[in-house]
Design a protein around this ligand. Structure first.
Ligand code: MG
Length: 611
């Protein structure tokens, strides 16, 4: 028999809504239990006993009641009041059926810097708890008044020496302070009563603000959580893995998908730790894009067909039963799906990756809480599996040319059109998707956990319409997705094209492709002279190359590996454009620094076309 999965718990503070909304979302995402955050309970009209029954009905346990603040190292009269307060909270916990209370290190101005006194008073509290069959988990807040590190909280708990007093370790408090997690191994597992997990981006800011606004689910930030948890498990700790994430976005996001995002993060972490996760198989290797599908209205569809023709693509097939065209050049395939009733509408509806094993890809997606989407198909048509990314983009797992039902190309009987000579485009290099503000971190985790792509560091840049963040997810070979998003929600002043998307095609010679495009009058986006004057000042380029770049509106970037030449088309329909890119000597990125130039150029083009 295989080992059971770890118990998975989520703090109600992670999710938006009322306590009842949070419990329903946690249960629906498959959590085993919850930490009840006191303010959620206080604001609820349901009694603790009713909440207990509600949790039982939902299949949830209540693993922790939190937080109990400012208890220890206080004068006698304050201690009396604090013990009285604790007894009332024990009453509440009794009704809830919860037996573990979190006490966080004091921030009170009444407290004194006296570890012995803190230990003595925590021992007293533990005695009171034990008398009622309860236990106390003491947590060092990173901004505690005197106790700020886990090793300090452990010294106090060890000296208090009571079986009902143990530690709560919170990855944020430990890792934000730069404490060495290896020392956790010196703590006996039975004294670790609870483990709270949060990731976070690296930030140089006040630790309290960092903690309250910017925590993330594991795998979304920069903390080394696998090493941290491995140290905890090495002590013999076998309690739940519990998420405690304070985050401005999650606090206002729909709790159901947020809870799914949370569950996905835990499963990925467990996989990284080598823990059993029911149904989870390793992500099969990918080998590029099978296709990108554009959902288009009538007007945008015909403009995109013209643009693809100008780019050297040929209409090579039409779907047996659906209004979908297949356009090809080299290894690049674009589907135009005329399923939008809005004439000007154009959006990336789907992307398809080549998987070494589409069935296992789908199995992994399902285990990562991305259920396979229902799909209508004719009796002879390929059986393709797809899942929905957080922004609604469908992600297909294909094996083009395979001798099985997954060969989707067989559904596109060829047209008689002779193949155009093409303009040097060899495949899809990357796909760029603007993410809704609320889904940026969730999207990176989705592509990491479900599809098996590695996220790159986040880049931020100032664009004409606000600050933008960008993050690539890639298999470091054949598949790359650029996720872009605004740092804050936009107000009324915003570009007409709020969420542009594009497909970047690869070429081995961007200048040759550019020259051919200009010769045939293709709608290449004009890049202003100021850009090239600045490029000349910044980079010592061969003057002939610079002149060629300038004449053909080709942009340039370089990194420590190599160079990058790229050009853009104008916008088609509501939000789509194309890019053609040439990577030289292993250049890794997507020239994010050039994005503001492109955005301003698109606005100029749009005003010129409408004005
Ligand atoms: Mg905590």
């Amino acid at each position: 028999m295989s080992a059971p999965d770890a118990r998975r718990v989520i703090a109600t503070v992670c999710l938006s809504g009322t306590l009842e909304d949070k419990l329903v979302a946690a249960a629906a995402a498959g959590f085993d239990g919850v930490e009840i955050f006191e303010n959620d309970l206080i604001a609820s009209a349901a009694s603790p006993a009713e909440i207990r029954r509600h949790c039982v009905d939902l299949g949830l346990t209540i693993d922790l009641y939190q937080p109990f603040r400012d208890f220890e190292a206080v004068p006698p009269e304050t201690l009396r009041a604090n013990l009285r307060r604790a007894e009332r909270k024990f009453d509440v916990m009794e009704q809830l059926g919860a037996d573990l209370m979190l006490v966080c290190s004091t921030v009170s101005p009444d407290a004194v810097d006296d570890d012995e006194l803190a230990a003595e008073q925590l021992r007293l509290l533990a005695e009171r708890a034990a008398a009622r069959g309860m236990r106390i988990a003491y947590e060092a807040l990173a901004w505690g008044r005197f106790v700020t590190t886990y090793d300090h909280s452990w010294r106090i708990v060890r000296s208090a020496d009571h079986p009902a007093l143990g530690l709560c370790l919170d990855s944020f408090h430990v890792l934000s302070r730069g404490s060495d997690p290896a020392l956790i191994r010196t703590i006996p597992g039975e004294k670790l009563f609870f483990l709270q997990l949060a990731d976070a981006p690296r930030m140089d800011m006040d630790v309290l603000q960092w903690s309250r606004h910017h925590r993330l689910f594991p795998g979304q930030g920069s903390f080394d959580l696998p090493t941290f948890v491995a140290n905890v498990l090495a002590t013999g700790y076998r309690g739940p893995l519990s998420l405690e994430v304070f985050n401005d976005v999650f606090r206002q996001a729909d709790p159901k998908p947020a809870a799914v995002d949370a569950m996905r993060s835990l499963r990925l972490l467990e996989e990284q730790l080598g823990l059993p996760v029911t149904g989870l198989v390793p992500a099969p290797e990918l080998s590029g894009y099978a296709f990108a599908e554009l959902a288009v209205g009538e007007g945008a569809g015909s403009r995109l067909a013209d643009a693809l023709t100008a780019l050297g693509f040929t209409l090579t097939g039409k779907h047996r039963s659906k209004p979908v065209q297949l356009w090809e050049q080299g290894g690049a395939r674009v589907l135009l799906n005329s399923n939008s009733s809005t004439s000007d509408s154009a959006a990336i509806g789907a992307l398809a990756v080549e998987s070494a094993d589409p069935i296992r890809s789908a199995q992994r997606a399902d285990a990562m809480r991305a259920p396979i989407l229902p799909r209508s198909r004719g009796p002879e048509e390929a059986s393709l599996s797809s899942v929905a990314a957080p922004d609604g983009t469908e992600v297909f797992f294909c094996r083009t040319g395979a001798e099985n039902a997954a060969d989707w190309l067989a559904d596109f009987p060829g047209t008689a059109t002779p193949l155009a000579p093409g303009l040097g485009i060899t495949g899809i290099d990357h796909i760029a998707l603007t993410q809704p503000f609320d889904h940026f971190d969730e999207a990176a985790l989705f592509y990491r956990a479900v599809v098996g792509l590695d996220p790159e560091p986040i880049t931020e840049f100032a664009a004409p319409f606000g600050m933008v963040r960008s993050r690539g997810v890639t298999d470091r070979g054949s598949v790359r997705i650029a996720l872009n998003g605004t740092l804050v929600r936009r107000g009324e002043w915003a570009p007409a094209v709020r969420d542009p998307q594009h497909i970047a095609f690869a070429t081995a010679d961007a200048l040759a492709t550019a020259r051919a495009l200009h010769e045939r009058g293709a709608p290449v986006l004009r890049i202003p002279d100021n850009y090239y004057d600045d490029l000349e000042a910044r980079v010592d380029l061969d003057p002939e190359l610079l002149a060629e770049l300038r004449a053909n509106s080709v942009l340039y970037d370089r990194d420590e590996h190599g160079e990058f030449l790229h050009l853009f088309t104008e916008l088609f329909g509501s939000r789509i454009f194309f890019e053609v890119v040439q990577r030289i000597d292993g250049y890794r990125g997507c020239a994010v620094a050039n994005a503001p130039i492109r955005m301003a150029a698109h606005r100029r083009q749009r005003l010129a076309n409408t004005g």
